[in-house]
Design a protein around this ligand. Structure first.
Ligand code: MUC
Ligand code: MG
Length: 367
């Protein structure tokens, strides 16, 4: 089955509620829909969410690299020659969201062509995952209100709280208000997106010690090499590397150097193929993983739950699968639903999703 055409379609869907965090904020999902067409008439899809503030990609860079650099070398290649396709992609450094979307669209095609879901092809461990909801910067009252609404509406009881602001007190107050209002039955953990120094992070963790947090993620930059190592060594909960360790090599260095003890896997930046490399590497090194969210829409979230539920090791912790709830609309004909705090993997074949053509016409930006 040969690749005959690749589409990279920029689209924009506003958020009803922007997400704010230490390294940026997102008001509109300015993503790129990737469609890989084959000579057998099958079309694989995936989503590329550029995150300029984290990886330097934009909608224009994603469409540009796909149309001008990758596609000319992909046309005519067999969908199942994934290693050869990756060799083409890896000649170019960077561009993680563009490369990952192409990889996941190929897996979608592989699943469609053999009539099985991608989650089965990857591992077939479970049919759903527990959901963790991400809470962005706001006042303690508003963050608590959001968490209560999310718990009441979707049954979610795991929350990742964005921290990394100055004064540090603003975030400490939010964490304490959440624990005091929601009680001990909810799981809380924090993500600083590199906003604090190592010493600010250490002081914050001391203040939060009695709250029973379960994870601390990217509180300070990994480039603060010694400070970060000291912080991780003294941290009483697993310390998660997210944007500081995105490739297998970075993950290896991060774990061996003591920059982190747990790894966030995001299919939006390592696709399915690269995410499996990272997962198996972590298993070999004895490090846990958490399925993260690159502020994905529903298609990206399908990819995360498809991968997370496929393996025992990636489905142990709740996956970050609910950022799409804050979008005003989406592209799938069958919207995702979270209930009892879980999200089911759509049934295949492939990713088991259909793009709503009318919505794509409404939101695409290239016509
Ligand atoms: C996270 O876990 O950091 C913020 C930036 C990004 O790329 O993902 C989010 C969530
Ligand atoms: Mg993070």
């Amino acid at each position: 089955m040969k690749i005959i055409r690749v589409e990279a379609i920029p689209y924009a869907i506003p958020y009803t509620k922007p997400l704010r965090f230490a390294s940026g904020e997102v008001h509109t999902a300015e993503h790129v829909l990737i469609r890989v067409h084959t000579d057998e008439g099958l079309v694989g899809v995936a989503d590329a969410p550029p995150r300029p503030f984290t990886y330097g990609e934009t909608q224009a860079s994603v469409t540009g690299v796909i149309e001008r650099i990758f596609t000319p070398h992909l046309l005519g290649l067999d969908v199942f020659s994934r290693e050869r396709i990756h060799a083409v992609l890896h000649r170019t450094v960077g561009n993680p969201a563009a490369k990952s979307a192409l990889d996941m669209a190929l897996w979608d095609l592989a699943g469609q062509s053999c009539g099985r879901s991608v989650t089965e092809l990857l591992g077939g461990w479970a049919d759903r995952m527990r959901v963790s909801h991400m809470l962005g910067f706001d006042t303690p009252r508003r963050v608590v209100e959001e968490a209560e609404r999310i718990r009441a509406t979707y049954g979610i009881s795991v929350f990742k709280v964005k921290v990394g602001r100055r004064p540090v007190r603003a975030d400490l107050d939010v964490c304490r208000a959440l624990r005091e209002t929601l009680g001990d039955d909810v799981e809380l953990y924090v993500d600083g997106n590199r906003g604090w120094t190592a010493s600010e992070s250490a002081a914050a963790l001391r203040e939060l010690d009695d709250l029973g947090l379960t994870l601390a993620e990217e509180l300070c930059p990994a480039d603060d090499v010694l400070g970060r190592r000291r912080l991780v060594r003294d941290c009483r909960v697993p310390f998660v590397a997210d944007e500081s360790a995105t490739t297998s090599a970075e993950v290896t260095r991060s774990l061996l150097d003591g920059d982190a003890t747990t790894i966030s896997i995001k299919t939006a930046r390592t696709g399915f193929t690269g995410s499996q490399h990272v997962l198996h590497l972590c298993e070999g090194l004895g490090a846990a993983v958490v399925m993260g969210n690159q502020i994905d829409g529903q298609l990206g979230t399908v990819c995360t739950v498809t991968f997370g539920a496929a393996h025992a090791a990636s489905s142990q912790r709740a996956g970050e699968l609910s950022n799409f709830l804050d979008m005003s609309d989406d592209l799938l004909t069958e919207p995702l639903t979270i209930s009892d705090g879980t999200l089911a993997v759509p049934h295949g074949p492939g990713l088991g999703v259909v793009i709503d053509d009318d919505k794509l016409v409404r939101y695409r930006q290239d016509r």
